[in-house]
Design a protein around this ligand. Structure first.
Ligand code: FES
Ligand SMILES: [Fe+2]
Length: 446
């Protein structure tokens, strides 16, 4: 199989790195020729949404929260996905459980918000369950002779953890999380995400199908039209795309490289200025060095200053490049350090025409002192944008550029008279790979 265009470019950049690079950055996986057609109806038809609910959302492992968001016994969050709702609760120092968030009496949601609890007491009539899900009692037990307290525990969902994230699966007979993650833990061996903390966590509802939003973040092809200000420092057209197992793909966008889409030359001084918004004289590129070497040194120093940790060993690529992994169906942890992002995309309840996007920033935990508390979750309201979350910094503006297209993509898909959308074979290969996994789950059915 011929190596992808971006793969050839990025792998040669690694040859020029000032440090040894982690093995995973060398683990390329060349894209096969695949012309899967994707019908527009997959983005809005209620029938297709039902297939996703039954065969994907009720079958897959999905990220529910970070462990740091439920650090103490009794800490709980509510994880909603389509028409299901789970309470995820820490039941022991190293034990987390998940329960269906529905009272066994007449169905009331037991929890509607995160918080520390000692039991789950329904607000309607007071049926109560212990933290471990066992039944604790109800008022007037004489009126429920049919209820055997021993068999009246809260139904549970499966729970697994990786990288400081808590994953849940509604299907109790699903294969374990370790199997589902495929090679993802191996890829992240050099970047332990459990040693990070949430410095930003921002949630926004957007007017498009969850896949429309997700797919805007698994290709760099849109950079030229959507993020033109990034072209001075972004190798959009030389991005490497890797497809691994059914659940995992990756892209790596080189940073500190001017885009081929610019119709003029960009010199080192302009790249430095664009990266740091400064024309700092001591940022000159010495003979024999490259602008990436200078930028990576600056990034290592900044990381060390912020965390007290030693970052001298990290490669230029880890310091600078946009290394983004995808775990089916909706979880995108970034590797490396310049943009420590995590994305999650979910349908907004049962509506195929809107979605919920979670954006997290995960900063390295400082070497000394207590682990910083995770940033509170900010829910952006109607009329607010990512730029209204100052904790996202410059990323707010970039995310707004992405988001500005979502509503019109959704409306345009409804208006399409073509049997399928038209995808680039390499730069949009992850979109096809994602839909192939969707199809496989739907075809497996049951
Ligand atoms: S619905 Fe929960 S106690 Fe009645
Ligand atoms: Fe974008």
């Amino acid at each position: 199989m011929e190596a992808g265009r971006g793969e050839v470019f990025f792998q040669s950049l690694l040859d020029d790195d000032t440090r040894p690079v982690p093995a995973s950055l060398r683990a390329t996986s060349t894209v096969g020729a695949d012309d899967l057609d994707i019908a527009p109806g997959r983005y809005f038809e209620p029938e297709f949404h039902r297939l996703e609910v039954d065969h994907v959302w009720r079958r897959v492992w999905q990220m529910a929260c970070r462990e740091e968001q439920i650090p103490n016994v009794g800490d709980s969050i509510v994880y909603d996905i389509v028409d299901a709702s789970l309470i995820v609760v820490r039941t022991g120092p190293s034990e987390i459980r998940a329960f269906h968030n529905s009272c066994l009496h007449r169905g009331t949601q037991l929890r509607t918000a995160p918080g520390r609890v000692s039991e789950f007491r329904c607000p309607f009539h007071g049926f109560t369950w212990n933290l471990d899900g066992s039944f604790a009692g109800m008022p007037c037990p004489w009126d429920f002779p049919q209820v055997d307290p021993a068999g009246f525990g809260l139904p549970g969902a499966s729970v697994g953890t990786w990288g400081g994230f808590v994953f849940v699966n509604l299907d109790r007979s699903a294969p374990p999380l370790e199997e589902y993650l495929e090679d993802l833990p191996w890829h992240f061996a050099a970047w332990p995400l459990e040693e990070r903390y949430i410095s930003a966590n921002v949630v926004r509802v957007m007017p498009c199908n969850w896949k429309v939003a997700l797919e805007a973040f698994i290709e760099a092809y849109h950079t030229v039209a959507v993020h033109p200000q990034l072209l001075r420092t972004t190798g959009d057209t030389v991005t490497e795309y890797d497809l691994y197992g059914r659940h995992v793909s990756r892209m790596i966008t080189p940073v500190g490289v001017a885009s081929e889409n610019l119709d003029r030359a960009v010199d080192d001084a302009e790249i430095l200025e664009a990266m740091f918004i400064t024309s700092d004289a001591d940022l000159a590129v010495e003979p024999g060095a490259t602008v990436r070497h200078v930028l990576a040194d600056r990034m290592r120093a900044s990381l060390q200053e912020r965390t007290g940790r030693d970052f001298t060993h990290i490669s230029d690529a880890e310091a600078l490049d946009g290394i983004e992994y995808f775990l089916f169906p909706n979880f995108m942890p970034w590797a490396g350090f310049l943009t420590p992002l995590v994305y999650r995309f979910r349908p907004n309840g049962d509506d195929p025409d809107s979605c919920v996007i979670d954006i997290m920033l995960l900063e390295p935990v400082p070497a000394d002192g207590p682990r910083p508390a995770p940033a509170p979750t900010r829910y952006l309201g109607e009329g607010e944008t990512w730029a209204d979350a100052p904790e996202l910094g410059y990323l707010g503006r970039i995310l707004n550029q992405d988001g500005s297209t979502f509503g019109r993509i959704q409306r345009g898909l409804h208006a399409s008279v073509r049997p399928s959308i038209t995808l680039g074979r390499y730069q949009e290969s992850r979109v096809r790979h994602f839909h192939a996994a969707l199809d496989a789950y739907i075809a497996a059915g049951d």
